[in-house]
Design a protein around this ligand. Structure first.
Ligand code: RAT
Ligand code: ZN
Length: 445
């Protein structure tokens, strides 16, 4: 684009079209997913024939349709009184997928965001979303090569970089890193060290640390904390992780209540091992706050829920650890305003994404508008949280559309004051929102 084009003032009646065009063309850096490259194995049948039952790279129709959001939804339509949870879980994945397709897509109108996502994905892949069974889709996916298919999905979703979630306390994942040191050399993917158990349940995590050769007592003594720091350093080096992450329960408080020894131990590990290691390496710590695990354990991965977290605790962490950088997302709608206000007070806090149960059009629009109003463009509006590769297509397709709509409205308000908007302003803001703010936060030393 020549400079006089980018310098040109965008006319009022072209504003929406221009914003949608710029936002649609902007490559995305997806800062939180649960996606993996093929080196981590894939359980999905495909034309390479390299199928690995415990593989972590999930993609294809059966994975898409059995996404845990849809499992929760199918039990609304066919409740456990008609189909016991254990019966559903005993079925092979294909049968589970057939059941979900039948009840959420064939016998009912797919209205929910997770259902609509499947339809968007199929359509963008050139498939007809009206099929009565999954067989035509299966035939399509069986003909894909996982590695080439990643390129196709990244192109369709216009995602330039995928950030993984590398859960080191998951034995399947951990063993893969240990047995194959070059496992994460795929330039399309970046690693993130995920360490929930260290803070959520340190005494339990310490048992694993001991098994792995770290002299970590179940109480966080000074010698133990040094060993936890050594463990973190080993894994940060092994993964070349770009940040450290954990999800925390709604009850998370800083400082931790002294009457709760597990929370107190977790806080000690956070304050004296995790945060110092992050500060020393200038790596952000991502806190994802508000997930209550297993409110209905029979639903397994679909059984978690949301409650309000404590935003003042986030503020206290930002204030007491000024040399740390915090990426924070909160699961409860009610926490969003306080989180924005806290971000106005602390430059080392970057709010990000509309997480999980917030990843719905009405809530993305509301939260994004509020963030613009309180923070200008200094936030990361969205991450996909995709667990299944193909979801990038719909999660980003849907979010781009909503963010472009909100951004247009913000520009209209600004333009109404008499301020002129140039194409380059729109381009600069869009790049900041979809990759620049995150990259700058990572790079800020
Ligand atoms: O959104 C999800 O798929 C959740 O199950 C969680 O994985 C959550 O995103 C997390 O990272 O803990
Ligand atoms: Zn996640």
């Amino acid at each position: 684009m020549t400079s006089n084009v980018t310098d040109s003032i965008v006319e009022w009646d072209k504003l929406e079209m221009t914003v949608r065009d710029v936002v649609g063309r902007e490559p995305i850096c997806d800062m939180h997913t649960h996606l993996y490259p093929p080196t981590f194995g894939t359980p999905v049948p495909n034309r390479t024939g390299r199928v690995n039952a415990s593989g972590l790279m999930l993609w294809g129709i059966d994975e898409l349709v059995t996404y845990h959001y849809l499992i929760a939804e199918v039990f609304r339509v066919v409740p456990s009184s008609q189909l016991p949870y254990e019966t559903f879980w005993s079925w092979p994945k294909q049968r589970q997928a057939d059941h979900i397709w039948q009840y959420l897509f064939v016998e009912n109108t797919p209205l929910s965001e997770a259902c609509r996502g499947i339809l968007t994905t199929l359509t963008r892949l050139g498939l007809d979303p009206n099929e009565k069974s999954l067989s035509a889709y299966r035939a399509f996916f069986n003909h894909q090569d996982p590695d080439e298919y990643i390129d196709r999905v990244m192109e369709l979703s216009n995602v330039k970089s995928i950030t993984m979630t590398n859960a080191v306390f998951d034995d399947n994942e951990r063993n893969r890193w240990l047995s194959e040191p070059t496992i994460a050399k795929d330039p399309r993917f970046r690693a993130v060290l995920r360490i929930d158990p260290l803070v959520r349940n340190y005494p339990h995590a310490s048992e694993k640390l001991r098994r792995w050769g770290y002299q970590a007592d179940s109480k966080p003594t000074p010698a133990t904390l040094a060993e936890v720091r050594r463990f973190l350093s080993d894994w940060l080096d092994r993964q070349s992780a770009i940040y450290v992450a954990m999800s925390l329960p709604p009850e998370f408080l800083y400082p931790a209540p002294t009457a709760d020894p597990v929370a107190a131990a977790g806080q000690c590990v956070l304050a004296e091992a995790i945060l110092p290691v992050c500060a020393e390496r200038r790596l952000p710590l991502a806190l994802m706050i508000g997930s209550s695990l297993q409110t209905n354990p029979a639903l397994r991965d679909a059984g978690d829920t949301v409650s309000k977290g404590d935003v003042p605790s986030v503020g206290r962490l930002c204030r007491n650890f000024p040399n740390n950088k915090f990426l924070v997302t909160m699961l409860s709608r009610e926490n969003q305003h306080e989180l924005c206000v806290t971000a106005r007070k602390f430059g080392n806090l970057m709010p990000f994404g509309c997480w999980w149960f917030l990843n719905n059009p009405s809530l993305i629009a509301e939260i994004t508008e509020m963030r613009f109003e309180l923070l200008g463009r200094t936030f990361v509006p969205q991450h996909s949280d995709a667990r299944i590769l193909d979801q990038l297509i719909y999660k980003w397709g849907h979010s781009r559309e909503i963010i472009a709509g909100v951004l247009t409205e913000m520009y209209r308000r600004t333009a109404r004051t008499g301020r002129k908007l140039r194409l380059q302003d729109i381009q600069r803001d869009t790049t900041a929102l979809f990759s620049g703010n995150f990259e700058a936060f990572l790079a800020d030393r």
